[in-house]
Design a protein around this ligand. Structure first.
Ligand SMILES: O=C(O)c1ccccc1NCC(=O)[C@H](O)[C@H](O)COP(=O)(O)O
Length: 217
């Protein structure tokens, strides 16, 4: 029997695209709350999107190095998960998880084998690990850049560690990613867009279809 990876579509901004992701069979959807992002969604709109998704698909709100007031404000909206995509330390992840009272996914940037050495320190404080491409120097945000990393680096990781894979995945590359890396889950944003922040329902459907077929093969 094949194991299907969890599929997360990140950076959703509108009710219509949320419906498209649910219809296409996403397991999890992400809403970015980071003003510098082309996918930024304000607190009230995130609340509406979470209400629309409740009981139909898992929801995740992406934050970058949030202070406790932001964590509390977002947690009060009732998402299933928080995603921490900044330079949060293990100690800070633990504190945010306690403040929010919901599971936390910690994103970690990977640009070299040495970057994987930080993973074990987060295993006891985060409920899930997401491995993403390290942003190039000078990037204006720490993720959602559509850049892949060298998956062969992951050979250095303890195979018992389950992780979500992200960074530059597209409908054309997701099958190879699943077959080579065998991640617990996959996460995409730019690869299902026509321009930064502009999700496309046909690309979302193609991404999910190709991922499901690859995992079943
Ligand atoms: O999407 C953003 O603009 C963003 C801003 C700040 C931190 C993280 C951000 N996105 C993270 C993601 O959407 C994904 O989880 C991941 O980085 C993969 O993105 P992509 O390479 O675009 O598929």
């Amino acid at each position: 029997m094949s194991t299907q990876p969890i599929i997360k579509i990140c950076g959703i901004k509108t009710p219509a695209i949320l419906e498209a992701a649910i219809d296409a069979g996403a397991d999890m959807v992400g809403f970015a709350h980071f003003p510098r992002s082309p996918r930024h969604v304000g607190v009230e709109a995130i609340g509406d999107l979470i209400s629309q998704a409740r009981g139909r698909v898992e929801t995740c709100v992406l934050l970058v190095n949030p202070d406790n007031s932001v964590v509390a404000e977002i947690a009060a909206l009732g998402p299933d998960w928080l995603q921490l995509h900044g330079p949060e330390t293990p100690h800070r992840v633990e504190a945010i998880r306690a403040e929010a009272g919901i599971p936390v996914m910690k994103a970690l940037p990977v640009g070299s084998a040495a970057d994987l050495a930080q993973v074990p320190a987060f295993l006891d404080v985060a409920d899930r690990i997401l491995l993403d491409a390290k942003p190039p120097k000078g990037a204006d945000r720490p993720g959602g850049l559509g850049v892949p990393f060298d998956w062969s680096l992951l050979k250095a990781l303890d195979p018992a560690i389950a992780f979500m894979l992200s960074g530059g995945l597209t409908p054309d590359t997701v099958a190879e990613a699943i077959q080579r890396v065998k991640p617990f889950g996959i996460d995409v944003s730019s690869g299902v867009e026509t321009a930064p922040g502009e999700k496309d329902e046909r690309l979302i459907a193609a991404f999910i279809r190709n991922a499901r077929m690859a995992a079943a093969a």
